[in-house]
Design a protein around this ligand. Structure first.
Ligand code: DGJ
Length: 738
C-alpha cells in the first residue's frame, strides 16, 4: 500500500519545518495510521475482523509501528470482549452492550448486525474503510481525513443496503472515539434562550452522559461539542481530546465510561424517534464528526479548532475563493433592538445615516419589513415587501444605504409560517404536523416541512427572487422555534421519520444553491440567538448570532464559552442600549464596545438616542477595531483570565499567526477591597522580538515600558494603570512588533 508523504519536511536554509500528514497502512499487521499536526490516530483489524481503535494522542515517531490489533479480554461472562473492545464503528449485535454506532432492523425482523472489515482505499489525507455485516449485504464505508496542520480528523460513515429487502436504520453515528481507562473531566456547552454558552465541567463517571438535541435543530440547551481532559490538564497544559459534530438537526453525543473505565464518545443523528428506511441499493450519509487532540490544554484545543474552522469549514464568497482566510466580517448595524417590528423607510434611513457616521460597513434591516408583519403574530411566509412601510419597495432604502457607503443586509426566517399568513391559508399541509392532531404554536408560528420538495422549491424560489431583484449583500437567516408534531404524511408511515435527515439536508441544499447563484452573498445563521451554531451550518454560513442576550457583561462569559468551540471570526457581537433590556444593567459605551470588539463587531443600539460623546467614542473605537480586526478574529486566542464563576476580572489576548501583532482586552466586574488589576503575563509572542504597546482604551501603569521584548511581556507581564478600578471597567491594548 502506498505511503503518503513523511513526518517532517526539513529544508536546508533557513530551517523550515512544515507539518505534513502521513497516512500509512501496514498490510502485515493490518494497522492504519494517520498523522497530522502534533497528533496520531491509529486503528487496526483485529482477529475477529472488527475495526479496533489502537491509539489517539500526541504524534508518534515516524518509524514506530503497532502490532496487530487484539480484541480486549473477556472480563467475565457479564463483561464480554465485544463490549470491552473499542471498536471504530460497532454494529448492535453479537454481545455488544455499550453504545453502538449503528443499529438496524432487517425486513424479516432480524436485528443482529456485526460489522467486519472488508476492504479499504487510501485517499489524499486518509482512508475509506469498508465494513460489511457478517451475513447481510449491509455495507458501511468509514471516511477518515486528517488535516496535516491541526491534526483534526474528519470522520463520517456511508451506510449502504446492497440487498433487495429494505433495512431500517434506527441509530447511526458519524463516528465513535475512544480513550483508554483513566481519570477524565468532560467539558460541554449548555444553556437556554438568552443564556447560551455556559461551559459545564464535570468528572467523567461510569455510565453515560448524553449531550443532545431532540428539537429538530441544534438547540440552545446543548451544543454538539465536547472536550475531555486528563485530571491534571487545564487551560494551558495537558492532554485534551475534543470533537464537534457537523449537524444542524437533532443530534446526540454520548460520553460513556464503560465497565473497565475506558471512555467512548459516540455521536451522530439522534436515535430518539429516528428511523431511516434504506430500500434496495440506497445509502445514508451521516454527518461529519471532527475530532482532535492537544497537549496544550483547553486553550491549545480551541486554537486548533479555530484554525481548522477558518481554513476548512467556513465558506468563501467569489471574492475570497481559494484564499486561506474568509473575508473579515463587516462592522454591521442592525435595527432590531432599536425598532423591533416598527420598521419604516424613514426610520431606517435615519438610523442608516447615524450608522454611516460611526464608520459602520453594513446596514441590516431586521424583522418587520414584509407581509402583514406588525408583530410576531402574522406575516411569516409572505415574503413580499409591506407596501405601507415601504411604498416604493426596498430600492430607495437600499440606494440610500449604498450612497452612505455601506452595503445592505436583510432579515429572513424562511422555514417558518404564521397561521395568520396567506401562505398558511393556501398550504396548511406544508407544516410539520400529525393529521388530526393539534399543531403546537411557538412564538405564534409553525415549522414548514422543508423535507418536502415543494416547500424546498418555494423557499429557494422566494429567496432567489429577493436576491435577484435587490442589491443585497447579506441575509440574516433566523429560525425562532423548535419542532413539534414532526409528521410528514405524504410518505408511507414507515418512512416518515426520514424527515429528521431530509429537512436538514434540504436546508443545506438551499443554502448551497443560493450561494452558487449569488456567489458574493453572505449569510448569518441565527436561531433566536445561538440555537443553530454547529460545524454543519458553518459550511454554508459566514457568521452566527450567538445570543439574543446582548448585555455586555453577560456576553463576556457567553463569548468565553463560545470560544471553546467556535472561532471569534463567526461570533457576531453587537453594542446595544444601556440600561440593558434584559438585566437592566447600566454600562458605558466604552465597556460595551470593548466587550463586543472581542468578536466580529456590530452596533445594535438605538443610535438616534446616543449623545455626541457616546457616538464619538463608538466612532473612535470602530476605527481602532478596523485596524486590528484580523488579529482579533483570525489570530490565536488565549483566555488569560476567565470571566466565569463570578470572577472579579477577566482578560483575553489574541496573537496573529506571524506573531507581529497582539491585542489584549481586560475587564473589571467590580473592584473589591481596592484590588488592582493583576499583572497580565501575555502568551504566544516571539520572545526575541520587540513589541510597542499602544493603548486602544485605558492606560498602562505609569513607568511601564512603551516597548519591550516578547520575553518581557510574557515573563514580566503588562501592568495596568492604578486607576483601572471600579464597576464594569474595560481596557484594551495592541502590541506591534517593531
Ligand atoms: C430573533 C433574533 O435572534 C433577533 O436578533 C431578531 O432578529 C428577532 N428574532 C426578530 O424577530
Amino acid at each position: 500500500m502506498k505511503t503518503f508523504s513523511f513526518a517532517l519536511l526539513v529544508l536546508a536554509m533557513p530551517v523550515l519545518v512544515v507539518a505534513q500528514s502521513v497516512t500509512h497502512f501496514d498490510a502485515g499487521a493490518k494497522v492504519f495510521r494517520l498523522d497530522g499536526g502534533n497528533s496520531s490516530y491509529v486503528f487496526g483489524v483485529n482477529a475477529r475482523g472488527e475495526l479496533q481503535q489502537l491509539y489517539w494522542g500526541g504524534r508518534l515517531g515516524a518509524t514506530d509501528s503497532f502490532p496487530k490489533a487484539k480484541p480486549a479480554m473477556d472480563w467475565a461472562s457479564f463483561d464480554d470482549s465485544y463490549s470491552n473492545t473499542p471498536q471504530e464503528y460497532a454494529g448492535w449485535g453479537a454481545g455488544l452492550f455499550v453504545e453502538p454506532a449503528l443499529k438496524v432492523t432487517f425486513a424479516d425482523g432480524n436485528r443482529d448486525l456485526v460489522l467486519h472489515y472488508e476492504s479499504h482505499t487510501e485517499t489524499a489525507n486518509g482512508f475509506e474503510v469498508v465494513l460489511k455485516d457478517i451475513k447481510q449485504p449491509v455495507y458501511v464505508t468509514l471516511h477518515y481525513a486528517i488535516d496535516p496542520e491541526s491534526g483534526i480528523l474528519a470522520r463520517s460513515a456511508t451506510i449502504e443496503n446492497r440487498g433487495t429487502d429494505a433495512v431500517t436504520v434506527e441509530q447511526a453515528a458519524a463516528a465513535a472515539w475512544a480513550l483508554p481507562a483513566g481519570h477524565y473531566t468532560l467539558n460541554y456547552l449548555t444553556g437556554r434562550w438568552a443564556g447560551e454558552w455556559t461551559l459545564t465541567q464535570e468528572t467523567v463517571h461510569p455510565g453515560a452522559r448524553v449531550l443532545e438535541s431532540r428539537r429538530g435543530s441544534t438547540g440552545h440547551q446543548a451544543n454538539p461539542w465536547f472536550a475531555i481532559q486528563t485530571g491534571d490538564a487545564d487551560e494551558n497544559h495537558g492532554d485534551v481530546w475534543f470533537g464537534a459534530l457537523g449537524w444542524s438537526g437533532s443530534w446526540r453525543i454520548t460520553v460513556e465510561q464503560d465497565q473497565l473505565d475506558a471512555v467512548r464518545v459516540t455521536g451522530g443523528f439522534n436515535p430518539f424517534d429516528f428511523g431511516y428506511v434504506l430500500k434496495a441499493v440506497a445509502r445514508l450519509e451521516t454527518p461529519v464528526f471532527y475530532g482532535g487532540y492537544s497537549a496544550h490544554g483547553l486553550g491549545g484545543a480551541s486554537r486548533l479548532l479555530h484554525r481548522y474552522e477558518i481554513a476548512h469549514i467556513l465558506p468563501r464568497t467569489q471574492k475570497t475563493a481559494g484564499q486561506p482566510e474568509p473575508e473579515l466580517r463587516p462592522v454591521i448595524y442592525n435595527s432590531w433592538e432599536a425598532t423591533e417590528f416598527k420598521v419604516t423607510e424613514a426610520g431606517q434611513v435615519a438610523l442608516a445615516e447615524k450608522a454611516a457616521a460611526l464608520g459602520v460597513d453594513r446596514f441590516v434591516m431586521d424583522d418587520g419589513w414584509f407581509g402583514q408583519r406588525k408583530d410576531d403574530r402574522a406575516g411569516l411566509g409572505d415574503w413580499y415587501v409591506n407596501q405601507e412601510k415601504f411604498p416604493h419597495g426596498l430600492k430607495p432604502l437600499i440606494d440610500k444605504v449604498h450612497a452612505l457607503g455601506m452595503d445592505f443586509g436583510l432579515w429572513v426566517e424562511p422555514e417558518m409560517v404564521n397561521p395568520d399568513s396567506d401562505l398558511y391559508r393556501k398550504h396548511p399541509d406544508w407544516v410539520l404536523h400529525f393529521p388530526g392532531r393539534p399543531e403546537t404554536e411557538q412564538r405564534n408560528q409553525l415549522v414548514l416541512n422543508l423535507a418536502r420538495p415543494d416547500v424546498r422549491d418555494y423557499i429557494l424560489g422566494f429567496l432567489d427572487k429577493i436576491l435577484t431583484d435587490n442589491d443585497i449583500a447579506f441575509l440574516k437567516w433566523d429560525y425562532n422555534r423548535n419542532w413539534s408534531e414532526p409528521g410528514w404524511d405524504q410518505l408511507p408511515a414507515a418512512e416518515q421519520k426520514r424527515v429528521y435527515v431530509d429537512f436538514t439536508r434540504n436546508l443545506y441544499g438551499i443554502l448551497a444553491d443560493l450561494r452558487k447563484k449569488h456567489p458574493n452573498v453572505e449569510i448569518e445563521s441565527c436561531s433566536g440567538g445561538g440555537g443553530r451554531v454547529d460545524l454543519g451550518i458553518l459550511r454554508y454560513t459566514d457568521e452566527v448570532w450567538p445570543s439574543d442576550n446582548t448585555d455586555p457583561f453577560d456576553r463576556l462569559s457567553q463569548q468565553d464559552g463560545f470560544s471553546y468551540a467556535y472561532t471569534p471570526q463567526v461570533m457576531m457581537a453587537w453594542v446595544t442600549d444601556s440600561p440593558h433590556w434584559l438585566n437592566k444593567r447600566t454600562t458605558s459605551v466604552s465597556y460595551r464596545m470593548l466587550s463586543s470588539m472581542q468578536g466580529s463587531l456590530g452596533i445594535g443600539a438605538n443610535i438616534a438616542n446616543w449623545t455626541p460623546e457616546e457616538a464619538a467614542t463608538a466612532k473612535r473605537l470602530i476605527a481602532a477595531y478596523h485596524q486590528v480586526q484580523p488579529t482579533i478574529v483570525q489570530g490565536d486566542l488565549y483566555r488569560l483570565i476567565s470571566p466565569r464563576n463570578g470572577s472579579e476580572f477577566s482578560a483575553t489576548q489574541t496573537v496573529n499567526h506571524d506573531k507581529s501583532q497582539s491585542v489584549v482586552f481586560a475587564f473589571i466586574h467590580s473592584t473589591q477591597m481596592g484590588r488592582i488589576f493583576p499583572t497580565l503575563k501575555l502568551k504566544g509572542l516571539d520572545p526575541a522580538a520587540q513589541y510597542a504597546l499602544t493603548p486602544i482604551e485605558g492606560k498602562a501603569r505609569a513607568g511601564a515600558p512603551a516597548a519591550a521584548s516578547g520575553a518581557w511581556w510574557m515573563n514580566h507581564g503588562l501592568d495596568f494603570s492604578d486607576d483601572f478600578r471600579g464597576d464594569f471597567q474595560a481596557a484594551a491594548f495592541r502590541l506591534d512588533k517593531r
